[in-house]
Design a protein around this ligand. Structure first.
Ligand code: NAD
Ligand code: TDX
Length: 342
């Protein structure tokens, strides 16, 4: 059995990846290293068999814990992060410790034991793009989507710490021969996403009798990908990616926030106008869009969940059927947003 360490494997995307491995890769044993912050939940992986998955509760910034976990690993896939932009605007400090010091601690251990490392990052490191209608090629011309050649230009404390962590990994590859790859993915949706995030917040608002909350005019565009497609892409990179390379992961899922809120309301049997405009996010990135040609042509990856409306309907159903997973936290999450007029 290969021992794959998945940091942040009790969070939204990390736990999806752990399920993906257990279901699709027979010769793998997974060690999840997760601090179980507010965003981590043991329940996300508790249905998985003990002979395939073990949870180690610990902090990726703790060199002693990291050393013990990494020394026996074949590969580390690094998802653990403080991941929410709005939280980073209220208090950047945990972002510095987890995203920068935590990544540094992991790559030092991987260097020491010569362990293969895959770093999970985000499209937000590239900053934002103009809206399609303001571009000469309407979003399809050269340079009008992010590629691995786009210069870094992060906007928020969150995205700047993710950018910094990417640069650490690149430097460790070049300076120390770390066997690492990086992936930068667009916005994920699907089951088990924390209710602070846009899509689950609006779904659980409707389920709680609260009107959805749209920041500003809602014209900001996100490039949505189902989290299962993110998992299959990461596994393709771990298996077939070239050391030192960066792969962008996206499924051509651009939607503006207003359209997404209106679609959620429609799918949940409400009027498409039954939502509120609230305070905009400071520094709010306008548009993200991924060109994933490199991943598709070099590694042969293709997304499976390409119908956003169907994927959203499944996600709504999951939150309806799993109220006990999110209900206890709902009031506190909304109270925190209310403090910012959101
Ligand atoms: P999440 O917030 O749902 O989960 C993060 C997990 O990391 C939690 O289980 C948490 O307990 C754990 N964690 C946090 N700090 C830790 C620490 N110091 N030590 C150990 N564990 C710690 O995040 P997510 O949305 O699943 O994102 C996972 C990764 O994917 C992140 O690196 C994020 O930057 C990246 N990413 C996310 C998206 C998205 O749309 N959510 C898109 C692209 C990339
Ligand atoms: O209530 C809301 N209303 C609203 O209009 C919330 C929570 C968000 N929004 C907007 C802000 C964004 O334009 O919706 C969009 C999506 O917001 P988030 O879910 O907070 O995601 P985003 O900021 O785009 O970042 C996400 O994708 C990239 C993840 O949280 C990051 O971890 C990832 O790197």
């Amino acid at each position: 059995m290969r021992n794959i360490v998945v940091t942040g494997g009790a969070g939204f995307i990390g736990s999806n990846f752990v399920h993906y491995l257990v279901e699709n890769v027979p010769d793998v044993f997974v060690t999840v290293l997760d601090k179980l912050t507010y965003a981590g939940n043991k329940a996300n992986i508790s249905s998985l068999p003990e002979d395939r998955v073990k949870l180690v509760v610990g902090d990726i910034s703790d060199a002693k814990v990291v050393d013990e976990v990494v020394r026996n690993a074949d590969t580390v896939v690094h998802y653990a992060a403080e991941s929410h932009n709005d939280n980073s605007l209220n208090d950047p400090s945990p972002f510095i410790f987890t995203n920068l010091i935590g990544t540094y601690t992991l790559i030092e251990a991987c260097r020491k034991y010569d362990v293969r490392f895959h770093h999970i990052s985000t499209d937000e490191v590239y900053g934002d793009l103009p809206l399609r209608e303001d571009l000469p090629g309407h979003g399809e011309g050269p340079g009008e989507k992010f590629t691995d050649k786009t210069p870094y230009n992060p906007s928020s404390p969150y995205s700047s710490t993710k950018a910094g962590s990417d640069l650490l990994v690149r430097a460790w590859v070049r300076s120390f021969g770390l066997r690492a790859t990086i992936s930068n993915c667009s916005n994920n949706y699907g089951p088990f996403q924390h209710i602070e995030k846009f899509i689950p917040r609006q779904i659980t608002n409707v389920l709680s009798g609260i009107r959805p909350k749209l920041y500003g005019a809602g014209l900001n565009v996100r490039d949505w990908i189902h989290t299962n497609d993110h998992s299959s892409a990461v596994w393709a990179i771990v298996e077939k990616g070239k050391i030192g390379e960066t792969y962008l992961i996206g499924a051509d899922g651009e939607e503006n926030n207003k359209d997404v809120v209106e679609l959620i309301l429609e799918l949940m049997g409400k009027g498409r106008d039954e939502y509120d405009h609230v305070n905009d996010r400071p520094g709010h990135d306008l548009r993200y869009a991924i060109d994933s040609t490199k991943l598709r042509t070099e590694l042969g990856w293709t997304p499976q969940f390409t119908n956003f409306k169907d994927g959203l309907a499944d996600t709504i159903k999951w939150y309806q059927e799993n109220e006990s997973w999110w209900k206890a936290e709902k009031a506190a999450v909304e109270a925190k947003y209310a403090e910012n007029g959101q």
